[in-house]
Ligand binder design. Sequence first.
Ligand SMILES: [Zn+2]
Length: 179
Amino acid sequence: MCAVPIGPEHSHLADIQDHRLLCACRACYLLFTDGGASRGHYRVVPESYRYNADFALSPAQWDAMGIPVNLAFLFYQSDQGRYVAFYPSPGGATESLLDLAGWNEVVAGDPLLQGLVPDVEAVLLRRLDDTFECHLVPIDACYELVGIVRQYWEGFAGGEDVWRRIDAFFAGVQERSRG
Ligand SMILES: [Zn+2]
């Protein structure tokens, strides 16, 4: 965002118009925290993690979203006025182009999801057999997961190394959700 040097742990701002994330120093981050500083062009990526203990999704609803792996993240894209769904793949974040009507029904019945912050907060999902783990996370965390998959995925099924890293990533998310 500016020329101030920042460390490996830093905040992000979302550019709502260009659909990208910008690294931000603390001063820039705080400047945009009130949302009015840029007339909505930039929005701060929140830092809170929330576990959704009451999340209910059926395997059929998952399949209807066209997610071919057991990981996905969804967020509300305000300039399109709708949810978008992505999954990590060896080529990066891949968007599911299927109709998300079923997902909208899930959101309608879930008070926590209705409080999701548009553009900058995401619903992170992991399928474990026929149940689903759900966290509300800063959207930059999803791109951290995308980076793990892109960097370490091997062959058709990914290989042991990438899945060990994915497990460690989710352990970190769970830790933050509890705190
Ligand atoms: Zn700055």
